[in-house]
Every structure is written in structure tokens, then in C-alpha cells.
Design a protein around this ligand. Sequence first.
Ligand SMILES: Cc1cc2nc3c(=O)[nH]c(=O)nc-3n(C[C@H](O)[C@H](O)[C@H](O)COP(=O)(O)OP(=O)(O)OC[C@H]3O[C@@H](n4cnc5c(N)ncnc54)[C@H](O)[C@@H]3O)c2cc1C
Length: 451
Amino acid sequence: MPADSHPSVVVLGGGLSGIATAWCLARAGWRNITLIERGPELGGLAGSFEKDGHFYPLGYHHILHRDRALLFFLNEIGALPDVRWRKIRMLFRVAEGLFDLGTPGGFLRFPMALSDKFRFVRLMMKAFNKRDWTDWNNRSAAELIDAWAGPGVRKAIFEKLSRLKFDLPCSEVSGAWLGARLHFREGSAPLGYIPHANWTKVLCEGVARLIRDAGVSVRVRSTVARLHAEDGRIRTAELQDGTRVEGDLFVSTIPTEVFCKLISDETPHLRSIQYTGLISVVCATRQKIEPEFYWMNLASLDRAACGIFLLSSLNPTIGRAGDACVNFVTHLQSRDRPLFHLSDDELLAVYKADFRAVFGFELEPFWTNIARVPMYSPVFNRGFQNPAIRSATWRNCYFAGNYRTFPSIVSTGTALASGVETGRAILVDHRQDSDLQERINSFRLKSMPKA
Ligand SMILES: Cc1cc2nc3c(=O)[nH]c(=O)nc-3n(C[C@H](O)[C@H](O)[C@H](O)COP(=O)(O)OP(=O)(O)OC[C@H]3O[C@@H](n4cnc5c(N)ncnc54)[C@H](O)[C@@H]3O)c2cc1C
């Protein structure tokens, strides 16, 4: 097909899924692609901020060794050889104290019946060996844990984790989602990072370069305010400043809730998707923080934060030498929760109280960055189903993003993979194809060098 006969494409949202869709089409020879992003640069949730010449993620980000699409793209931009892997320490804070479930001693001391500990280990091994979780789509996380490990394990561990992640009991969370998450072994395998850098910045800049080099027209600081349709097709994206961008095809990678507000008529399925809210506060201190850990689950459920991350424990060179970089994270069932609406000072005071309760001294940060994400992740409740890749209402509209990657974990890699899948679907609808998915699926990590 000659290049100029390809349809023009407008991609809504310049996070990783939008970038991946644009790249998939551009490398297949499509030349008229416009990507529209509200923020000042591309990257979305994987974006960064700068303090004193160093860059940090909006909230903890680590590379998972099973996240093939992410590893593939890191390789594609030449950054994979720079990735280093570190076994991290994950702590579990309950009323009885702090426990490292990754060590035999910590696991044995954890307040749970010995018989439940055996059941827990069996559950983890079973989950590790199961790749496809679709048979658990319509069952709850409570059913999964009760069937595979028992209510004792659920009460001691998973009810707490479910509250921390979704602000919901296990009975309301999808069993498929929990199973897929256990399969990924997020806390027990080594995690990746790039020394002397914030790896998400390296990734976002690298993939932004890929699409710019491939001729994609990128419009940042451009908020889509409305979509105009005619005869069952979306015709125009109207930006907040009144500019109109026309296209033959549209790809939405923005949260479904935002999309449904931009255009009047969409399926009930899309409208029913609800999003969790997220607060992430990153700060730096020169105080020494002990015990050593990267990830602490505040499973006592008596604090505002769900987790505290010590970013400098995974990547000691992320900031200035000797700085400790602390990240407080709270997942909220929705952005309507009062915590989401506290002022910056109030929020900081709440997290400092959490810090005092856990570490026994006052946190004295010398800078702080607060990110409030009103729509972070779809609530993966029991029965959640991915919306179709092609809009049921608009003949020329496609979807990509982490609301389509259930039951997989929500990650940079799954966002990239979703973008590639949608790019391919568009190509197939226009009698072309892409080898990207096969290349991602066959991608293998050859080694996992330590720092
Ligand atoms: C605190 C935190 C920790 C995380 N930890 C990890 C981790 O450890 N490892 C990992 O791999 N992943 C992690 N992730 C997940 C990962 O960052 C995301 O899943 C991924 O970046 C999502 O990409 P996306 O393109 O699907 O969505 P988004 O990044 O949300 O992209 C959507 C884009 O659309 C834009 N947009 C929205 N509305 C409009 C509009 N009206 N007009 C124009 N543009 C619009 C937004 O600005 C945004 O850039 C984490 C995320 C967070 C927030």
C-alpha cells in the first residue's frame, strides 16, 4: 500500500500505551499519525519530576523480570544493557510488628498458624505455575484463597493486601487478578533499575524518540476537550484551546471515564468501569532509615499510607549520594475519599505521623513531591471484563491501556503491550500485519546482572 493511502490516525493520550500504538503503526509505514497529550511531556503515569538535577518517578517504579514487553522496549531503545537487578527486602507491618516474609525466620515468626504457613507456600507454588487465570474471571479473590489455601491465610494476609490495594475486601476483588499478581512474584524475584538514572525517564524519553524518528506528530500540552462524531464515526478531536484535529481513525488510551465524558454515547460496559485514586508523596532526607527495606506494606491498616517505599534502597544512585528517598503511597477505592482532598501540608503531616509510628522518629525531608492521581487503575472487581479493542458505538474508534490488560498486573510493560495489540488490530483491519507481538512474546532476558 503506498504510504499516503493509509488512513490518518489520532491517538488520544501520550502515556506508554498511546506511544506503543503510534509506534506500531508508524513502523508499518503509516505516516499520518497525531498523538495528543495533555501533559508537558510524554509518559503519563510513568512520568518523572526533577529535584536538584536528579530525576525521580512520580511513585515507586521497578522493572519486573517477567514483563516481556517492557524488557523488549528497553532493549529496542538500547537501555536494557544498563539495567541492574537487585533482590529487595519487602516488609509486612501488622499489629504484632514488622516481618520479612522473604526470609525463613521472618516467615516463621509471622503471626499465622503453622498449618496456614504450609498452605500459603503451597498457594504461592501453585500460582507461580499457572499462567492463564481466565477461569477465575468470575470468581472472587476470597474464593481463590479459601479454595487454594484456606480462610486462615486469607484473614492473616490477603484481606489486608486487598484493603491496601483496592480499599475493598477479598470477596469483592477478582480472583483472576489476584492469581495473575501472585504468578508475577513481584516481591520475591529481583527487581530491575538503571543506576544513576530514573529508569522510567530513560524509557519514556527512549520511546518518545522512537515515535518522533518514525514521523509521528506529537502535540503535548494539548487537552482533548470534546470528540465530535457523525454517521457513527468520530471525526474530530477538539482541544481545549479550540483547535480541531481531524482523523480517519481514533485510538483512545485515556481513562475510560474521561473518554465517556468527551463523547456522549458509549457502551454501558465502558461507562461501568470505575477507577481507584492514588496518592504518592516522594521526599528526600539525609536521615538514616532502619531497618533496611525497599517495600513496606502497612498491613496493620491503621495508617493513611498503604505502603512506604525506600526508592534509594533499590537504586542507591537515584539521587545525591547519601540521600534517602522515601515514597508514601495510598490506594483509594475512589478519588472521593477525604484523604484525596487534603491540602499538601495536611497530607504531609499525615504521612509524617505514619513515619513516626513506624520508625520512631520525626521525618525531616528537604524536598517533597506530591502526586494525586484521580484515575489510577480500574477497580478489578469480581466479574471485571476487558472492554473490546474496537468500540461498539464508533466504527473508527479503538481502545488501548491498562483497562484492557486484565487480569494481568498493571505495569509499564502491560501498557506497552496493550498499545502494540491495538496497533496490530488496526493494521489487520486494513489488511496489514505486525510482527511486534511475536517479537515481544519470544523476547528472553539473557542475564540479570547485579550492580
Ligand atoms: C505509583 C505508581 C507505581 C507504579 N509502579 C510500577 C512499577 O513498579 N512497574 C511498572 O512497570 N509499572 C508501574 N506503574 C504502572 C505504570 O506506570 C502504568 O501502568 C503505565 O504507565 C500506564 O500507561 P498508560 O498509557 O496505559 O496510561 P497513562 O500513563 O495514564 O496514559 C494516559 C495519558 O492520557 C493523558 N490524558 C488523559 N486525559 C487526556 C485528555 N483529555 N487529553 C489529552 N491527554 C489526556 C494523560 O495525561 C496520560 O499521559 C506504577 C504506576 C504508579 C502511578
